[in-house]
Design a protein. Structure first.
Length: 369
C-alpha cells in the first residue's frame, strides 16, 4: 500500500468516505449555531446571568469520570465480544473511530457497515466482523427497549408530564409530535431488534427470504440489492455465533448495562454540579435521558447536532431552570465534540496502522477463514 493510498483512502474502500475529517464541519456548525443562539437568547433575556451558579467541581469531575467509565467498558466489551480477537489497541481505535463516525453521521443511518469494515481491517474475518457488530447493535438496542419499556409501563417517575417534555413557548402540537416520535422510534427499534435476534440466533434463512420477498414489491425494489446483501450477511454472522456459551453473553450484557448507565449518569452529574437534586428527581432525570436518547436515534442531522441541544432544554428545564442551555452545552462538550477531535487525531494513525503497518487484507479471502 503506497502513501498515496493513505492520503486518498476513498480509493481503498467507499466506506472510508464517511470517516473523512472534513465532514466534521457540518455538525460543528449546526451544534454550535443552535447552542450559540440559545445562549444568546438566555443572556439577552437575563435568564443565564440571573440564574448562574458556581459549579461544584466534584460533580463535574464525576461527569468526566462517567465518560471515561463508559468508554472504558465500550473498549472492554468489543475486546471480549470478539473473543479477544481484537487487541486492546485495536479495540481502542475501533471505538474511537466508531464514535467519530456516529458523530458525523445521522443517527438514523447507522454504522454497521463501517464498524464491520473497521474490524475487518483490524484482522478479523468477514463473518466474525459482521457477527460482532450485529451483536453490539442488538445489545445496545435491547438496553433501549428494556429501559424504555420499564418507563412506559411503570411511569412511576412521571416521565411524561405535560407531554413528552416541558418547554416554555412550545405548542401542544409540537409536544404531541415529540411524544409520537418517541413511540415511533421505540417501536421501530423493538421490531428491528426482534427481527435481528430471530435471524441471527434462530432462522437466518427465513429472514433472508423475508427481505427478498418484501423488496420484490414494486415500490421497494430500489432497496432489493441492499436487502439481499444484508440477508447474506445475517446468514454468515449467524454461523459465526453458534456454540458460544452463557459466560460470553453474561459478560456482554453486564458490560452493555454499565456502558449505558455510565453515559446516562453524565447528565445527572452535570445538573448536580449546579443544583441540589433529590434522589427521586435523579431517577426522573435518568429516565428522561433514556427517552431523549430514543428520540434522537432517528435524528436526521449528523450526530443529532442542533436537535440534541434544543431537545435537552425541553427535557431538563424543570431541573436546571435558566441554566439549562448552559448545561446542555457542557453536556455536548463532554459527550459529543471530543469524539470529533479524537477522530481527526487518530484516523491518520489508524490508516497507517491497517494500510501500511499491516498487509492489505482481501475481504473475500477473509470471509473464507
Amino acid at each position: 500500500m503506497t502513501q498515496k493510498a493513505i492520503q486518498d483512502p476513498d480509493q481503498e474502500n467507499p466506506l472510508l468516505r464517511s470517516l473523512r475529517p472534513n465532514r466534521i464541519i457540518i455538525p460543528i456548525l449546526l451544534g454550535l449555531g443552535v447552542a450559540g443562539y440559545m445562549l444568546y437568547q438566555d443572556i439577552v433575556g437575563q435568564n443565564l446571568i440571573e440564574n448562574f451558579r458556581q459549579p461544584n467541581l466534584f460533580w463535574l469531575f464525576m461527569a468526566l469520570l462517567c465518560l471515561l467509565v463508559r468508554d472504558g467498558f465500550y473498549i472492554y466489551r468489543i475486546h471480549y465480544l470478539t473473543r479477544k480477537g481484537l487487541s486492546w489497541k485495536g479495540s481502542f481505535y475501533t471505538i474511537i473511530l466508531w464514535e467519530f463516525s456516529s458523530a458525523i453521521s445521522p443517527s438514523a443511518v447507522g454504522g454497521t457497515a463501517l464498524a464491520s469494515f473497521l474490524l475487518l481491517k483490524e484482522g478479523l474475518s468477514f463473518g466474525k466482523s459482521l457477527a460482532y457488530v450485529l451483536v453490539s447493535a442488538i445489545l445496545d438496542n435491547l438496553f433501549f427497549i428494556t429501559a424504555g419499556l420499564l418507563i412506559l409501563l411503570l411511569n412511576v417517575l412521571n416521565v411524561f408530564p405535560n407531554g413528552i417534555f416541558y418547554l416554555d413557548g412550545v405548542s401542544p402540537e409540537i409536544t404531541a409530535t415529540l411524544r409520537y416520535t418517541f413511540y415511533i422510534s421505540f417501536t421501530v427499534i423493538a421490531l428491528y431488534n426482534l427481527l435481528m435476534v430471530y435471524g441471527l440466533f434462530v432462522r437466518p434463512q427465513v429472514i433472508k427470504g423475508l427481505f427478498f420477498r418484501i423488496t420484490s414489491l414494486r415500490w421497494l425494489r430500489r432497496w432489493r440489492r441492499a436487502a439481499i446483501r444484508q440477508g447474506d450477511e445475517l446468514v454468515i454472522a449467524s454461523d459465526e455465533l453458534k456454540g458460544i456459551g452463557w459466560a460470553y453473553w453474561t459478560r456482554a450484557v453486564v458490560s452493555t448495562l454499565l456502558v449505558w448507565t455510565a453515559r446516562y449518569l453524565i447528565v445527572n452529574c452535570l445538573i448536580m454540579a449546579f443544583f441540589s437534586v433529590s434522589l427521586a428527581d435523579n431517577g426522573l432525570i435518568f429516565s428522561r435521558h433514556v427517552v431523549l436518547w430514543v428520540v434522537l436515534l432517528i435524528g436526521i442531522t449528523p450526530g443529532a447536532a442542533g436537535i440534541a441541544e434544543y431537545a435537552f432544554k425541553g427535557f431538563f428545564t424543570p431541573f436546571a431552570g435558566g441554566m439549562t442551555t448552559f448545561i446542555a452545552v457542557l453536556w455536548r462538550m463532554i459527550t459529543y465534540y471530543p469524539y470529533l477531535i479524537l477522530g481527526v487525531l487518530f484516523l491518520p494513525r489508524w490508516l497507517k496502522r491497517v494500510f501500511v503497518d499491516k498487509p492489505a487484507q482481501d475481504p473475500l479471502v477473509s470471509a473464507e477463514k
